[in-house]
Design a protein around this ligand. Structure first.
Ligand SMILES: NC(=O)c1ccc[n+]([C@@H]2O[C@H](COP(=O)([O-])OP(=O)(O)OC[C@H]3O[C@@H](n4cnc5c(N)ncnc54)[C@H](OP(=O)(O)O)[C@@H]3O)[C@@H](O)[C@H]2O)c1
Length: 249
């Protein structure tokens, strides 16, 4: 059960990649608990339009912004639009991610730049340019510390994110807390892009002590807690939510 509160009343939240999957679940959770919410999307307009309708139904003031986060100027443009429509953001969820599925030995400079700039640099730029942030959350994955076939470049970007979280937590304290959520396997569009998605999902479910896959709602529940004042003494941490999957040898 997820008790709904008004703990984000009056807050403005920005969630990159909040148009679907885990990002949308987090956006809806924050909206239902009182936040005005800006979500970004990149290629899939119909999903963004659906997300806007659901967020409005949740009673939130909403803005959906199309952005390619690998573009160096995207963070400034996103923030300008959020400020002009909803006000200065105090909550930020760095959720959008991209990458190529290839062995690291086949990764080119272009793949490197595309992935690291979108996943890691955009987080840093957004935090640098939003001086009233109180709580930041970044989405990472077990691939930052574990080896998964074809996941090398995304794994490197996730390691960068986790390290940035620790440094930013210290640099921004006590004004702003910075944490990360490392999720297990969640059935979303990006997961479905893996050629072996069905096997991956079935294997993850069977190897999870909790008996099922992690759902976006599970991640949203943890995100709500970490972003809220209830977690006021938690900063610089990577919190794993995987039903115990990564505990098994
Ligand atoms: N799914 C999992 O099993 C899992 C596990 C651990 C961690 N995570 C992390 O959780 C986060 C969300 O993942 P998800 O599975 O929910 O993804 P998803 O459903 O595929 O959604 C990805 C979102 O990011 C946007 N996006 C993609 N590439 C972008 C780019 N280059 N520039 C700007 N926006 C871009 C997408 O917009 P469009 O669709 O409009 O292009 C979409 O809104 C990611 O950081 C992911 O690494 C996921």
């Amino acid at each position: 059960m997820n008790p709904i509160t008004d703990r984000f009343e009056g807050k403005v939240a920005l969630i990159t990649g909040g148009s679907k999957g885990i990002g949308k679940a987090i956006a809806l959770r924050l909206a239902r608990e009182g936040a005005a919410v800006a979500v970004t999307w990149f290629r899939d307009r119909p999903s963004a339009e659906k997300a806007i309708a659901e967020l409005e139904e949740a009673g939130s003031k909403v803005r959906a912004i199309q952005a390619f986060l690998g573009e160096p100027e995207a963070p400034a443009a996103i923030l300008e639009e959020v400020r002009s429509v909803l006000g200065e953001p105090s909550l930020f969820v760095s959720n959008a991610a991209t990458g190529v599925q290839r062995p690291l030995m086949e990764i080119t400079d272009r793949h490197w730049d595309w992935t690291i700039e979108t996943n890691a640099r955009a987080l840093l730029r957004l935090v640098q340019q939003a001086p009233e942030l109180e709580s930041v959350l970044a989405l990472t994955s077990l691939g930052s510390t574990r080896v998964m076939p074809g996941y090398g470049i995304v794994g490197i970007s996730k390691s960068a994110i986790e390290t940035a979280v620790r440094y930013l937590a210290v640099e921004l304290a006590p004004r702003c807390r910075v944490n990360a959520i490392s999720a297990g396997v969640v059935d979303t569009d990006s997961l479905r892009r893996f050629p072996t998605a069905d096997e991956l999902l079935a294997e993850a479910a069977s190897r999870t002590p909790a008996g099922r896959l992690v759902d976006p709602l599970d991640v949203a529940s943890l995100a709500g807690f970490l972003l809220s004042a209830e977690a006021s003494m938690i900063t610089g941490q990577v919190v794993t939510i995987d039903g115990g999957m990564s505990l098994l040898a």
